[in-house]
Structures are given as structure tokens and as C-alpha cells.
Design a protein around this ligand. Sequence first.
Ligand SMILES: [Zn+2]
Length: 392
Amino acid sequence: MLRASRLFDGETVRVADNHVVIIEGTTIAGIGRAADLRHGETVVDFPGATLIPGLIDPHVHLAFDASCDPVKSLAERDDGAVLAAMRLAAKTALRAGITTVRDLGDRGFLSLGLRGAPDLPTIVAAGPPLTTERGHCHFLGGEVAGGSAELRAAVRAHIQRGVDVVKIMASGGTMTPGSIQEQAQFDREALLVAVSEAHRHGIPVTAHAHGRGAVLDAIEAGVDGVEHATFWAADGVDTPGRDLVERIVSRRVPLGATAGVLPGADAAMPVAVCRRMPAIIANFAALHAEGAVIVAGTDAGIGPYKPHDVLPYARDRLSAFGMDPLTILRSMTSVAADVCGLGHSKGRLRAGYDADVVVVQGDPIADLSALHRVAAVYSRGTRVDSGSRTEA
Ligand SMILES: [Zn+2]
């Protein structure tokens, strides 16, 4: 049984004396006030601290090593070396209280084999993202040559390999020479084929989409999520426009905002991204004000400014979107769990849910920097090594 001064259950905050989470095996047996409990429980006390659900990063790349050139670094390593690095990356996330990650792009389906490891966070795995010939991230092995029939077959092959989610590159991206970020890669018809095939098997699809056209096509094709949604244009950033905002909001399609960079790391970020950031933030702020579902989806691993434990730093960017601390905490826990298809078992402190619990010093509602003061991390009921990157 864990006892602390405050408890955030993933949705609401309970501020009263001595809140507890009772853990039995790998699950939460109950939450409540210490005064109401039967005697004889072993109590682990965290005075002054807050119990929160384990954080969830819905967009990471365990296979990228957060170096200055993760693509080159990946190409130089064999699968054994990559797997070892992926384990370390996953442990880095877990130490900081990130008890679930969704890997939206690996090489050779390596992330699938890491699922269920007791010393790692829970991993939701996409395998290599589906992309066009020489398209964005083709080097990960998810190239689809040909038309609809080949794309349908590729989706089916991914599902047969056992992916939890299909990731499709609807537009180009910065990381891939020759790929044009603002341009669509697959047309709407192709995206529709991918979505209908995946949904036929009960598997969700999330689309990497930067340009407005690619975001619109993905939404119209019925994807379950959009990654980035920067509305990137050749010379700046577009606005989504009334119709598209309405569709995103009314269909409850979650947007992964690629939020979260280490403090002071702006110099390491691509100039093209930094230059557009104020406009990207303004779009997300407008989308948030309209009620869009927004999660951080950090893209951890793609550069030194985005290590695998960067998620708590996304608080700054989400604040810039106009989200208040409670909304930010929900976004990183219960909302992110729903986005990852784990709303029934993760992201909430609730009886019957997995015992993924983080203890942070202080009150994160009063001061979100508490997310960097991790006192303990429980992953499926087991206390694991914990520690924040820097004490904020
Ligand atoms: Zn990514």
C-alpha cells in the first residue's frame, strides 16, 4: 500500500490527508483514504508527495538513439546492438515515470519482441512505418512498392507479425533526404485502403502527417490518430481552416503534438522547425480552445534534444497551447492511455487497473515541475529504479 498527501487518479485530484493506493500483485486492488482501510497492510509512506498514474508517451522511437544523427547510427548497428540500445532507451523512460510507451517506428519489428519484459515499460508497437518507395523513413523497412493491392498486403503482413497499431507516413518528413515534409505521400484512396484493412482486423491506424492536405486526407480516410499535425508549408505554416478543425474536434481524432524538448536544447533543433514553432503553437492553441484531443507524443529518440525520458518536459509546450496543469496531467495519463488503446488498464489509478504508479514530490497541480521530482516508480506492481534527468 502506498500512502501520500495527494492523489491524482488520471482524471481528478483528491486533496485530503493520507491517500492510498493498494497494490495486489500487478494490479491496483483499490484506492481510498488511509483511515478507511483495514489493518495489517504494509504501508510505504511518501509524506508531502502525490500519487499519479504512470505517464504514457504515445509516440517514441526506441530504435533511434537520441544522437545527432540517429538514422546513421541505426544503419551502422546490427539487430543485436539495436535491441540492446532499445532496452536501455525503454529503461531510461521507465526511470522517469513513463510506464507505457507507444513505439511508432522501429526496424525489423524489433520493438515487438520487447513487449512484456518485466524490467521495461509496457510497449505498444507499430513495427516499421508503412511508407512509399524512398519515402519518409523508408530505411526502417516499411516501404510499399506498388498500389492499393500491395498496401493492403503490407498492412495485413504487419498485423500477421503482431503489431498493436499500424503507423503510416501520410506525408514526408525532415529526417529523410529527398522526402518533402509538406507533401502527401499516399493519396486519400490509399489511406482509406490501409485504414479499412487494419480496422477489418481490429487494429488502429495512426498517420504521420505534416502538410494540411495530408492531415485532411488522413482524417477523411478515418485514421485513429494524427502524428505531428504541424500544418507545415513550404515557406511557413498553414492554418488548418474552419472545416478541418471541425472534423478533428467532432470526430475526436487525437493529435500527437510532438511536444517536449530538453530545456535549452533549441540550438540543437532543426532551424526549419524552430522558425515555424510560433505558428505551430498558435495552431495547437486554437485546436485546444476548440476542444481537440491533444497528447504530447514526443517523438523521443530523434535527436539529443529528445531523449527517451523527455515526456515530463512536454509540460512547457502543452502549457503554451493553453492547457492548464490538470488538463496536461490528464493528457499524459488517462487521455494518452485511451489514445494507445489501453484505456481499460492504464492511465488511471482505479481498482482493477495495472499498478503503474508514480510518486512525485510536491503537488503537480500547483507546480508541474513536480513531474521532474520522481520519488518512486511502480511498474505493474513492482518498484523499479527511478530518477529524473535533472532536478528542476
Ligand atoms: Zn516519429
